[in-house]
Design a protein around this ligand. Structure first.
Ligand code: UDX
Length: 431
Protein backbone atom coordinates (compact mmCIF):
# COMPACT_ATOMS: atom_id res chain seq x y z
CA UNK A 1 0.00 0.00 0.00
CA UNK A 2 1.20 3.47 -0.71
CA UNK A 3 1.61 6.70 1.21
CA UNK A 4 -0.44 9.23 -0.71
CA UNK A 5 -1.06 12.95 -0.20
CA UNK A 6 -3.94 14.68 -1.91
CA UNK A 7 -3.89 18.44 -2.44
CA UNK A 8 -7.34 20.03 -2.41
CA UNK A 9 -10.48 18.69 -0.79
CA UNK A 10 -13.06 19.75 -3.34
CA UNK A 11 -15.04 17.20 -5.34
CA UNK A 12 -12.05 15.76 -7.15
CA UNK A 13 -9.52 15.73 -4.31
CA UNK A 14 -11.72 14.63 -1.46
CA UNK A 15 -13.49 11.86 -3.32
CA UNK A 16 -10.18 10.55 -4.69
CA UNK A 17 -8.56 10.68 -1.26
CA UNK A 18 -11.41 8.89 0.44
CA UNK A 19 -11.53 6.20 -2.24
CA UNK A 20 -7.76 5.64 -2.12
CA UNK A 21 -8.10 5.12 1.64
CA UNK A 22 -11.05 2.83 1.11
CA UNK A 23 -8.95 0.46 -1.05
CA UNK A 24 -6.20 0.44 1.58
CA UNK A 25 -3.74 3.26 0.85
CA UNK A 26 -2.58 5.62 3.57
CA UNK A 27 -3.93 8.98 2.61
CA UNK A 28 -3.47 12.54 3.85
CA UNK A 29 -5.85 15.13 2.46
CA UNK A 30 -4.44 18.64 2.43
CA UNK A 31 -6.36 21.88 2.29
CA UNK A 32 -5.58 25.49 3.19
CA UNK A 33 -8.96 25.95 4.84
CA UNK A 34 -8.51 25.25 8.56
CA UNK A 35 -12.24 25.16 9.30
CA UNK A 36 -12.90 22.71 6.52
CA UNK A 37 -10.15 20.41 7.79
CA UNK A 38 -11.51 20.51 11.34
CA UNK A 39 -15.01 19.79 10.17
CA UNK A 40 -13.82 16.85 8.06
CA UNK A 41 -12.01 15.42 11.06
CA UNK A 42 -15.33 15.35 12.86
CA UNK A 43 -16.75 13.39 9.94
CA UNK A 44 -18.58 16.15 8.09
CA UNK A 45 -18.21 16.33 4.33
CA UNK A 46 -17.95 19.83 2.85
CA UNK A 47 -19.98 18.63 -0.14
CA UNK A 48 -23.26 16.78 -0.43
CA UNK A 49 -22.38 13.44 -1.98
CA UNK A 50 -23.95 10.04 -1.46
CA UNK A 51 -21.85 7.56 0.62
CA UNK A 52 -19.05 10.08 1.10
CA UNK A 53 -19.50 10.91 4.78
CA UNK A 54 -19.88 7.27 5.66
CA UNK A 55 -16.57 6.37 3.97
CA UNK A 56 -14.89 9.45 5.44
CA UNK A 57 -15.83 8.38 8.96
CA UNK A 58 -14.94 4.73 8.43
CA UNK A 59 -11.49 5.35 6.97
CA UNK A 60 -10.69 8.11 9.46
CA UNK A 61 -11.56 5.89 12.40
CA UNK A 62 -9.61 2.98 10.91
CA UNK A 63 -6.60 5.30 10.63
CA UNK A 64 -5.98 5.27 6.87
CA UNK A 65 -7.34 8.76 6.23
CA UNK A 66 -5.90 11.99 7.66
CA UNK A 67 -6.70 15.65 7.15
CA UNK A 68 -4.29 18.51 7.56
CA UNK A 69 -3.39 22.07 6.62
CA UNK A 70 0.28 21.23 7.19
CA UNK A 71 1.21 20.58 3.57
CA UNK A 72 4.95 20.51 4.26
CA UNK A 73 4.54 17.52 6.49
CA UNK A 74 2.09 15.79 4.21
CA UNK A 75 4.29 16.13 1.11
CA UNK A 76 7.67 15.47 2.75
CA UNK A 77 7.63 11.66 2.57
CA UNK A 78 4.69 10.98 0.27
CA UNK A 79 5.24 8.38 -2.44
CA UNK A 80 2.61 10.01 -4.60
CA UNK A 81 0.96 13.43 -4.38
CA UNK A 82 -2.32 13.91 -6.20
CA UNK A 83 -3.30 17.44 -7.16
CA UNK A 84 -7.05 17.94 -7.13
CA UNK A 85 -7.36 21.69 -6.75
CA UNK A 86 -9.69 23.82 -8.86
CA UNK A 87 -8.88 25.21 -12.30
CA UNK A 88 -11.64 27.81 -12.57
CA UNK A 89 -12.66 29.27 -15.88
CA UNK A 90 -11.39 32.76 -16.65
CA UNK A 91 -13.27 35.43 -18.55
CA UNK A 92 -11.73 34.39 -21.87
CA UNK A 93 -12.60 30.69 -21.39
CA UNK A 94 -9.08 29.63 -20.42
CA UNK A 95 -8.35 27.72 -17.21
CA UNK A 96 -6.85 29.51 -14.23
CA UNK A 97 -3.85 27.44 -13.16
CA UNK A 98 -2.76 29.51 -10.18
CA UNK A 99 -3.91 26.95 -7.58
CA UNK A 100 -2.00 24.22 -9.39
CA UNK A 101 1.09 26.42 -9.46
CA UNK A 102 0.84 27.12 -5.73
CA UNK A 103 0.66 23.42 -4.93
CA UNK A 104 3.48 22.60 -7.37
CA UNK A 105 5.70 25.09 -5.63
CA UNK A 106 4.84 23.77 -2.17
CA UNK A 107 5.68 20.28 -3.40
CA UNK A 108 9.01 21.44 -4.85
CA UNK A 109 9.99 23.11 -1.62
CA UNK A 110 9.08 20.24 0.68
CA UNK A 111 9.51 16.76 -0.82
CA UNK A 112 12.46 14.90 0.61
CA UNK A 113 12.00 11.59 -1.23
CA UNK A 114 11.52 10.61 -4.87
CA UNK A 115 7.89 11.16 -5.62
CA UNK A 116 5.24 10.93 -8.32
CA UNK A 117 3.07 14.03 -8.66
CA UNK A 118 -0.27 13.20 -10.23
CA UNK A 119 -2.45 15.89 -11.74
CA UNK A 120 -6.12 15.00 -11.33
CA UNK A 121 -7.51 18.46 -11.91
CA UNK A 122 -8.70 19.14 -15.44
CA UNK A 123 -5.91 21.05 -17.15
CA UNK A 124 -5.23 22.20 -20.71
CA UNK A 125 -3.19 19.82 -22.83
CA UNK A 126 0.49 20.38 -22.12
CA UNK A 127 0.04 21.57 -18.54
CA UNK A 128 1.57 18.44 -17.03
CA UNK A 129 4.82 19.12 -18.88
CA UNK A 130 4.83 22.62 -17.47
CA UNK A 131 4.05 21.43 -13.94
CA UNK A 132 6.98 19.02 -14.10
CA UNK A 133 9.32 21.75 -15.30
CA UNK A 134 7.98 24.18 -12.69
CA UNK A 135 8.62 21.69 -9.88
CA UNK A 136 12.13 20.99 -11.20
CA UNK A 137 12.82 24.73 -11.32
CA UNK A 138 11.91 25.16 -7.67
CA UNK A 139 13.06 21.83 -6.22
CA UNK A 140 14.99 22.17 -2.97
CA UNK A 141 16.20 18.64 -2.16
CA UNK A 142 18.04 16.28 -4.45
CA UNK A 143 15.10 14.04 -5.35
CA UNK A 144 13.52 12.70 -8.50
CA UNK A 145 10.08 14.06 -9.35
CA UNK A 146 7.86 12.89 -12.18
CA UNK A 147 4.47 14.17 -13.14
CA UNK A 148 1.65 11.91 -14.29
CA UNK A 149 -1.78 12.75 -15.63
CA UNK A 150 -4.82 11.00 -14.19
CA UNK A 151 -7.97 12.83 -15.26
CA UNK A 152 -11.14 12.49 -13.25
CA UNK A 153 -14.47 11.41 -14.74
CA UNK A 154 -16.74 11.40 -11.72
CA UNK A 155 -20.20 12.84 -12.01
CA UNK A 156 -21.63 14.76 -9.07
CA UNK A 157 -24.21 12.90 -7.05
CA UNK A 158 -22.57 9.55 -7.88
CA UNK A 159 -18.96 10.58 -7.27
CA UNK A 160 -17.98 7.78 -4.89
CA UNK A 161 -19.57 5.09 -7.01
CA UNK A 162 -18.05 6.57 -10.19
CA UNK A 163 -14.60 6.43 -8.62
CA UNK A 164 -14.79 2.96 -7.12
CA UNK A 165 -16.48 1.52 -10.22
CA UNK A 166 -15.09 3.77 -12.95
CA UNK A 167 -15.65 2.71 -16.56
CA UNK A 168 -11.92 3.23 -17.00
CA UNK A 169 -8.91 4.81 -15.36
CA UNK A 170 -6.79 6.99 -17.63
CA UNK A 171 -3.13 7.30 -16.78
CA UNK A 172 -0.70 9.45 -18.70
CA UNK A 173 3.00 8.98 -18.03
CA UNK A 174 6.32 9.53 -19.75
CA UNK A 175 8.36 6.77 -18.10
CA UNK A 176 8.00 3.10 -17.23
CA UNK A 177 8.70 3.91 -13.60
CA UNK A 178 5.86 6.39 -13.36
CA UNK A 179 3.52 4.05 -15.22
CA UNK A 180 4.32 1.18 -12.86
CA UNK A 181 3.65 3.34 -9.83
CA UNK A 182 0.29 4.44 -11.20
CA UNK A 183 -0.63 0.83 -11.98
CA UNK A 184 0.26 -0.10 -8.43
CA UNK A 185 -1.88 2.68 -6.98
CA UNK A 186 -4.89 1.57 -9.02
CA UNK A 187 -4.33 -2.19 -8.72
CA UNK A 188 -6.65 -2.63 -5.70
CA UNK A 189 -9.52 -0.96 -7.61
CA UNK A 190 -9.61 -3.76 -10.23
CA UNK A 191 -10.68 -1.41 -13.02
CA UNK A 192 -9.86 -1.23 -16.75
CA UNK A 193 -6.80 0.97 -17.19
CA UNK A 194 -5.84 2.90 -20.30
CA UNK A 195 -2.19 3.87 -20.14
CA UNK A 196 -1.03 6.53 -22.60
CA UNK A 197 1.34 9.48 -22.83
CA UNK A 198 0.61 12.53 -20.71
CA UNK A 199 -0.75 14.81 -23.42
CA UNK A 200 -3.09 12.15 -24.71
CA UNK A 201 -4.39 11.57 -21.19
CA UNK A 202 -5.05 15.29 -20.80
CA UNK A 203 -6.86 15.31 -24.13
CA UNK A 204 -8.97 12.23 -23.32
CA UNK A 205 -10.58 14.17 -20.50
CA UNK A 206 -11.60 17.11 -22.66
CA UNK A 207 -12.52 14.99 -25.66
CA UNK A 208 -14.79 12.80 -23.51
CA UNK A 209 -16.53 15.60 -21.67
CA UNK A 210 -16.97 17.73 -24.76
CA UNK A 211 -18.34 14.78 -26.69
CA UNK A 212 -21.00 14.30 -24.01
CA UNK A 213 -21.74 18.03 -23.99
CA UNK A 214 -22.06 17.89 -27.75
CA UNK A 215 -24.43 14.94 -27.49
CA UNK A 216 -26.69 16.93 -25.18
CA UNK A 217 -26.59 20.08 -27.32
CA UNK A 218 -27.29 17.99 -30.39
CA UNK A 219 -30.38 16.50 -28.77
CA UNK A 220 -31.51 19.96 -27.65
CA UNK A 221 -31.05 21.28 -31.16
CA UNK A 222 -33.06 18.39 -32.59
CA UNK A 223 -35.66 18.86 -29.84
CA UNK A 224 -36.23 22.46 -30.85
CA UNK A 225 -36.71 21.35 -34.43
CA UNK A 226 -39.04 18.54 -33.30
CA UNK A 227 -41.35 21.17 -31.80
CA UNK A 228 -41.49 23.03 -35.10
CA UNK A 229 -42.20 20.00 -37.25
CA UNK A 230 -44.51 18.15 -34.88
CA UNK A 231 -42.20 15.31 -33.81
CA UNK A 232 -41.61 14.16 -30.23
CA UNK A 233 -37.99 14.19 -28.99
CA UNK A 234 -38.67 11.47 -26.43
CA UNK A 235 -39.77 9.09 -29.17
CA UNK A 236 -36.93 10.22 -31.40
CA UNK A 237 -34.37 9.61 -28.64
CA UNK A 238 -35.85 6.20 -27.92
CA UNK A 239 -35.64 5.26 -31.57
CA UNK A 240 -32.04 6.41 -31.75
CA UNK A 241 -30.98 4.68 -28.56
CA UNK A 242 -31.32 1.14 -29.88
CA UNK A 243 -28.36 1.76 -32.16
CA UNK A 244 -25.43 0.90 -29.96
CA UNK A 245 -23.16 3.13 -32.03
CA UNK A 246 -25.25 5.98 -30.58
CA UNK A 247 -25.88 4.46 -27.16
CA UNK A 248 -28.83 5.01 -24.87
CA UNK A 249 -27.42 7.57 -22.43
CA UNK A 250 -27.08 11.34 -22.53
CA UNK A 251 -29.87 11.65 -25.06
CA UNK A 252 -32.17 13.61 -22.75
CA UNK A 253 -33.20 16.93 -24.21
CA UNK A 254 -33.80 19.64 -21.65
CA UNK A 255 -32.91 23.08 -20.52
CA UNK A 256 -29.19 22.72 -21.20
CA UNK A 257 -26.20 21.30 -19.42
CA UNK A 258 -24.72 22.90 -16.32
CA UNK A 259 -22.32 21.84 -13.59
CA UNK A 260 -18.65 22.22 -13.00
CA UNK A 261 -17.39 20.34 -16.04
CA UNK A 262 -19.25 20.54 -19.34
CA UNK A 263 -19.59 24.35 -19.53
CA UNK A 264 -16.00 24.89 -18.43
CA UNK A 265 -14.42 22.09 -20.45
CA UNK A 266 -16.15 23.02 -23.69
CA UNK A 267 -14.97 26.61 -23.38
CA UNK A 268 -11.45 25.55 -22.40
CA UNK A 269 -11.01 23.25 -25.40
CA UNK A 270 -12.45 25.84 -27.74
CA UNK A 271 -9.99 28.34 -26.27
CA UNK A 272 -7.08 25.93 -26.68
CA UNK A 273 -7.99 25.38 -30.32
CA UNK A 274 -8.26 29.13 -30.89
CA UNK A 275 -4.81 29.60 -29.42
CA UNK A 276 -3.50 27.23 -32.06
CA UNK A 277 -5.34 29.13 -34.77
CA UNK A 278 -7.88 26.33 -35.17
CA UNK A 279 -11.62 26.74 -35.10
CA UNK A 280 -13.22 23.86 -33.20
CA UNK A 281 -16.60 24.25 -34.86
CA UNK A 282 -18.40 21.32 -33.28
CA UNK A 283 -17.59 22.30 -29.71
CA UNK A 284 -18.31 25.94 -30.45
CA UNK A 285 -21.76 24.93 -31.66
CA UNK A 286 -22.35 22.89 -28.50
CA UNK A 287 -21.59 25.98 -26.40
CA UNK A 288 -23.84 28.26 -28.45
CA UNK A 289 -26.78 25.85 -28.45
CA UNK A 290 -26.45 25.39 -24.71
CA UNK A 291 -26.41 29.10 -23.98
CA UNK A 292 -29.61 29.65 -25.89
CA UNK A 293 -31.27 26.55 -24.48
CA UNK A 294 -31.02 27.75 -20.89
CA UNK A 295 -33.59 30.48 -21.44
CA UNK A 296 -35.80 28.76 -24.01
CA UNK A 297 -38.65 28.35 -21.53
CA UNK A 298 -38.43 31.89 -20.24
CA UNK A 299 -38.76 33.14 -23.79
CA UNK A 300 -41.73 30.85 -24.41
CA UNK A 301 -43.43 31.99 -21.24
CA UNK A 302 -42.73 35.63 -22.04
CA UNK A 303 -44.59 35.16 -25.32
CA UNK A 304 -47.52 33.47 -23.64
CA UNK A 305 -48.00 35.99 -20.80
CA UNK A 306 -48.46 39.75 -21.15
CA UNK A 307 -46.21 40.30 -18.14
CA UNK A 308 -44.59 38.56 -15.19
CA UNK A 309 -45.09 41.63 -13.05
CA UNK A 310 -46.89 40.74 -9.83
CA UNK A 311 -47.31 37.08 -10.81
CA UNK A 312 -46.53 34.32 -8.34
CA UNK A 313 -43.96 32.14 -10.08
CA UNK A 314 -43.18 28.70 -8.66
CA UNK A 315 -39.64 27.54 -9.36
CA UNK A 316 -39.10 23.84 -8.78
CA UNK A 317 -35.41 22.88 -8.70
CA UNK A 318 -32.39 25.16 -8.30
CA UNK A 319 -29.37 22.85 -8.60
CA UNK A 320 -27.86 21.99 -11.99
CA UNK A 321 -28.98 18.40 -11.59
CA UNK A 322 -30.47 16.15 -8.88
CA UNK A 323 -28.32 14.56 -6.19
CA UNK A 324 -26.12 17.59 -5.55
CA UNK A 325 -26.32 20.98 -3.88
CA UNK A 326 -24.11 22.47 -6.59
CA UNK A 327 -25.46 25.49 -8.45
CA UNK A 328 -22.64 26.01 -10.91
CA UNK A 329 -24.03 26.96 -14.32
CA UNK A 330 -27.50 25.85 -13.23
CA UNK A 331 -30.39 26.96 -15.45
CA UNK A 332 -32.00 28.49 -12.35
CA UNK A 333 -29.17 31.03 -12.21
CA UNK A 334 -29.89 32.15 -15.76
CA UNK A 335 -33.64 32.30 -15.42
CA UNK A 336 -34.27 33.67 -11.94
CA UNK A 337 -32.56 37.02 -12.61
CA UNK A 338 -34.67 37.37 -15.78
CA UNK A 339 -37.83 36.58 -13.86
CA UNK A 340 -36.96 38.98 -11.06
CA UNK A 341 -36.19 41.72 -13.51
CA UNK A 342 -39.55 41.09 -15.15
CA UNK A 343 -41.24 41.67 -11.78
CA UNK A 344 -42.12 38.07 -10.85
CA UNK A 345 -42.71 37.07 -7.22
CA UNK A 346 -40.64 33.92 -6.99
CA UNK A 347 -41.38 30.99 -4.67
CA UNK A 348 -38.52 28.54 -4.97
CA UNK A 349 -38.25 24.94 -3.86
CA UNK A 350 -35.27 22.60 -3.96
CA UNK A 351 -34.63 19.64 -1.65
CA UNK A 352 -30.97 20.56 -0.98
CA UNK A 353 -29.99 23.61 -3.03
CA UNK A 354 -31.77 26.36 -1.10
CA UNK A 355 -28.98 27.06 1.35
CA UNK A 356 -26.49 27.74 -1.44
CA UNK A 357 -28.99 29.71 -3.48
CA UNK A 358 -29.88 31.91 -0.53
CA UNK A 359 -26.23 32.95 -0.27
CA UNK A 360 -26.49 34.49 -3.74
CA UNK A 361 -30.06 35.70 -3.43
CA UNK A 362 -30.75 36.42 0.23
CA UNK A 363 -33.65 38.70 -0.70
CA UNK A 364 -36.43 38.96 -3.29
CA UNK A 365 -37.12 35.20 -3.34
CA UNK A 366 -39.38 33.26 -1.01
CA UNK A 367 -37.80 29.89 -0.26
CA UNK A 368 -40.27 27.14 0.62
CA UNK A 369 -40.02 23.65 2.08
CA UNK A 370 -42.06 21.65 -0.38
CA UNK A 371 -43.46 21.86 -3.91
CA UNK A 372 -47.00 22.45 -2.65
CA UNK A 373 -46.04 25.70 -0.92
CA UNK A 374 -44.43 26.94 -4.09
CA UNK A 375 -47.34 25.91 -6.29
CA UNK A 376 -50.24 27.07 -4.13
CA UNK A 377 -51.98 29.96 -5.93
CA UNK A 378 -49.08 30.28 -8.39
CA UNK A 379 -49.76 31.75 -11.81
CA UNK A 380 -46.99 29.87 -13.54
CA UNK A 381 -44.47 27.15 -12.69
CA UNK A 382 -40.97 26.48 -14.02
CA UNK A 383 -39.27 23.11 -13.49
CA UNK A 384 -35.49 23.32 -13.71
CA UNK A 385 -34.27 20.14 -11.96
CA UNK A 386 -35.67 16.62 -12.09
CA UNK A 387 -35.45 15.84 -8.37
CA UNK A 388 -37.53 12.82 -7.27
CA UNK A 389 -39.35 15.14 -4.83
CA UNK A 390 -40.48 17.21 -7.80
CA UNK A 391 -41.30 14.26 -10.04
CA UNK A 392 -43.57 13.02 -7.25
CA UNK A 393 -45.94 15.96 -7.74
CA UNK A 394 -48.94 14.55 -9.59
CA UNK A 395 -50.41 16.29 -12.66
CA UNK A 396 -53.73 16.81 -10.83
CA UNK A 397 -51.88 18.59 -8.02
CA UNK A 398 -50.69 21.33 -10.38
CA UNK A 399 -54.29 21.74 -11.45
CA UNK A 400 -55.61 21.78 -7.89
CA UNK A 401 -52.95 23.91 -6.24
CA UNK A 402 -52.11 26.56 -8.83
CA UNK A 403 -54.22 29.60 -9.62
CA UNK A 404 -53.51 29.05 -13.30
CA UNK A 405 -52.21 25.59 -14.14
CA UNK A 406 -49.47 26.76 -16.48
CA UNK A 407 -46.28 24.69 -16.33
CA UNK A 408 -42.96 25.07 -18.17
CA UNK A 409 -40.96 21.90 -17.68
CA UNK A 410 -37.27 22.05 -18.58
CA UNK A 411 -36.72 18.37 -17.79
CA UNK A 412 -39.60 16.64 -19.56
CA UNK A 413 -40.70 15.03 -16.32
CA UNK A 414 -44.27 14.26 -17.33
CA UNK A 415 -45.86 12.58 -20.32
CA UNK A 416 -47.61 15.48 -22.09
CA UNK A 417 -50.87 13.58 -22.30
CA UNK A 418 -51.03 13.08 -18.51
CA UNK A 419 -50.70 16.81 -17.97
CA UNK A 420 -53.27 17.57 -20.66
CA UNK A 421 -55.68 15.07 -19.15
CA UNK A 422 -55.31 16.79 -15.76
CA UNK A 423 -56.14 20.12 -17.40
CA UNK A 424 -52.65 21.59 -17.12
CA UNK A 425 -51.35 23.88 -19.85
CA UNK A 426 -47.99 22.18 -20.23
CA UNK A 427 -44.89 23.17 -22.18
CA UNK A 428 -41.79 21.02 -22.20
CA UNK A 429 -38.80 20.54 -24.49
CA UNK A 430 -39.06 19.08 -27.97
CA UNK A 431 -42.59 17.71 -27.73
C1 UDX B 1 -20.01 15.41 -15.89
C2 UDX B 1 -19.52 14.09 -16.50
O1 UDX B 1 -20.59 13.16 -16.51
C3 UDX B 1 -18.34 13.56 -15.74
O2 UDX B 1 -17.84 12.39 -16.38
C4 UDX B 1 -17.26 14.62 -15.71
O3 UDX B 1 -16.11 14.20 -15.06
C5 UDX B 1 -17.79 15.90 -15.08
O4 UDX B 1 -18.93 16.34 -15.80
P1 UDX B 1 -21.59 16.16 -13.91
O5 UDX B 1 -21.38 17.55 -14.40
O6 UDX B 1 -21.48 15.91 -12.47
O7 UDX B 1 -20.55 15.17 -14.61
O8 UDX B 1 -23.05 15.70 -14.32
P2 UDX B 1 -23.78 14.94 -15.52
O9 UDX B 1 -24.69 13.98 -14.90
O10 UDX B 1 -22.86 14.44 -16.53
O11 UDX B 1 -24.69 16.12 -16.09
C6 UDX B 1 -24.16 17.31 -16.61
C7 UDX B 1 -25.26 18.20 -17.14
O12 UDX B 1 -25.80 17.68 -18.32
C8 UDX B 1 -26.42 18.40 -16.19
O13 UDX B 1 -26.81 19.74 -16.18
C9 UDX B 1 -27.51 17.52 -16.76
O14 UDX B 1 -28.79 18.00 -16.46
C10 UDX B 1 -27.22 17.62 -18.24
N1 UDX B 1 -27.69 16.48 -19.01
C11 UDX B 1 -27.14 15.24 -18.84
C12 UDX B 1 -28.70 16.66 -19.95
O15 UDX B 1 -29.22 17.77 -20.14
N2 UDX B 1 -29.11 15.58 -20.70
C13 UDX B 1 -28.57 14.34 -20.55
O16 UDX B 1 -28.99 13.42 -21.26
C14 UDX B 1 -27.56 14.17 -19.58
Amino acid sequence: MMKIAVAGTGYVGLVAGVCFAEVGHEVTCVDVDEMKIESMKSGRSPIYERDLEELMKKNYVEGRLHYTTDYANAYRNAEAIFIGVGTPEQADGSANLSYIATVARQIAENVENDCLVVVKSTVPVGTNDKVEQFIKDFIVHDVKIEVASNPEFLAQGTAVHDTLHAARVIIGTESKEAEDKMLKIYEPFHLPIVSVKRRSAEMIKYASNDFLALKISYMNDIANLCEMVGADIEDVAKGMSFDDRIGNRFLNAGIGFGGSCFPKDTKALEYLARQHGYELKTVKAAIEVNKKQKTVLFRKASNRLITFSGLKVAVLGLTFKPGTDDLREAPSLENIPLLLEAGAKIYAYDPVGIENFRKRYPEHITYVNNPQEALTDANVCFIFTEWAEIKNVQPMEYKNWMRTALVYDGRNIYPSKDMEKAGVEYYSIGR
